[in-house]
Design a protein around this ligand. Sequence first.
Ligand code: GDP
Ligand code: MG
Length: 162
Amino acid sequence: MNPVVALVGRPNVGKSTLFNRLTRTNDALVADMPGVTRDRKYGEGRIGDRAYIVVDTGGISGNEDGIDAAMAGQSLQAIEEADVVLFLVDARAGLNPADEMIADHLRRLNKAAWVVVNKTDGMDPDVAMVDFHGLGLQGPLPIAAAHGRGIRSLIEVTMADY
Ligand code: GDP
Ligand code: MG
């Protein structure tokens, strides 16, 4: 059975762009409008010898009424189903209170959860990641989903145990 990889994080951090990159499709709707992907979306992908199943989610805004509401529904289910959780954050936006809330939840799980810093194009990756070392999860790993930067390494590192 191929590992299941869930993409979670705030709206607009680039989850659907990464989904498309990992599955080489445009099936996930990518838009500038936050919260467009309302349901979980599944895709199959392969990079090199590594085959996997990816789950895109609509995102957790932090405006939901408390942690239970925020993590309920499709994001929580996607996390439960996953072997590996990729928690995307936005290098340009920096660390956000909603990011810290999501990290708090992920730290309590007995599951591999990685901080993935997206939108590092045009940035020094080390500078881009500075904000995100303290989240207490695995990583951070820098990528630019829209440009394919860091994707192969992301898959190799996060799926090494599968
Ligand atoms: P989602 O809401 O997390 O699924 O985010 P989307 O994948 O819909 O992307 C939100 C916006 O970020 C879109 O305008 C994307 O083009 C943009 N975006 C995604 N990845 C990158 C990236 O690597 N670099 C930059 N500069 N923009 C990106
Ligand atoms: Mg999306």
